[in-house]
Design a protein around this ligand. Sequence first.
Ligand SMILES: *Cc1c(COP(=O)(O)O)cnc(C)c1O
Length: 368
Amino acid sequence: MPATIYNFSAGPAVLPKEVLQQAAAEMLDWHGSGMSVMEMSHRGAEYTSIITAAQKDLRELLAVPDNYKILFMQGGAIAENAIVPMNLAGLKPQPATADYINTGSWSVKSLKEAGKYLNVNVAASSEADKFATIPPRDSWKLTRDAAYVHVCTNETIDGIEYQFVPDVSADTNGAPLVADMSSHILSRVIDVSQYGVIYGGAQKNIGPAGLTIVIVREDLLGHALPCCPSAFNWKTVADNDSMFNTPPTYAIYIAGLVFQWLKRQGGVAAMEERNIAKAALLYDYLDSSDFYINRINKGNRSRMNVPFFLRDESLNAAFLAQAKENGLLQLKGHKSVGGMRASIYNAMTIEGVQALVAFMAKFAAANK
Ligand SMILES: *Cc1c(COP(=O)(O)O)cnc(C)c1O
């Protein structure tokens, strides 16, 4: 392996080197406690200080308003696909209906799972154009009394991202907007107050797998269906400060280190600027090249996940092998899409994207 490695994995994904170094230094003895974080009681004073700081820092980074709870859960976004309807269906008489916007692979998973708990109305879909766009807001056929409206604001596999926040309240009698932000949370400034619920697995842009972040407006707590497991009932989790069951302690600790790192980088606005620059570098190169192609509508492209194809797909294996020799790892596209995908989350440096573009140009020149 070359000395410098750049890891483009879609998730679990690259973490800031500083964070891993700090975790390594603290591995055997956290702050003179004589214990590894993994060995601490989640209710002890040491761990309480870790989880409290993590929550406070996340609240600060996203400017989460006081009337929202931050929950640290488990099960990933896929579990939340069931947890969301189980917690929100009770906002309406049964059987309730929820609106889903279908913009890609993760939306499809979400709406299929939700269908076990309520009626799902697919209010808009870009499936017909192979998920290369996001259906414009004025084309959405929302339900007057929907329990909620669900969107996936960054489709990790397809490489599309909302560049707008849909206003759904007027068409639905004030239904809350629920967003799966797994793969771009903390990559851009958001106004949390425009959402009822924001959720995501940590392993894309935050920390290790095993931690799920849920940010939920307080009036949406306490409406769970009777079938909802206690450990998945947001109100129970909130009332117990994410300690109803043992939380994923080590994952929360690493996420907390990432939050501190983000604050040192200048916060989310500073990260957003860098992410815009990184994405522009890669997309501009793709658009200038006749060797590679990205098929996503320009206005809907993801800043985090950039799928691309070699026009001559017989060169795929050589591309991946030579990329690896050059220290550029995990560029293979998702099996459902094929081709390549570069995930360029917060922890990916501009140098990493420059190295990727330089390699791509060299490979293209050598294989004309
Ligand atoms: C990765 C991902 C998921 C799945 O997360 P799990 O942690 O595996 O449950 C869901 N939604 C989006 C947008 C993702 O990127």
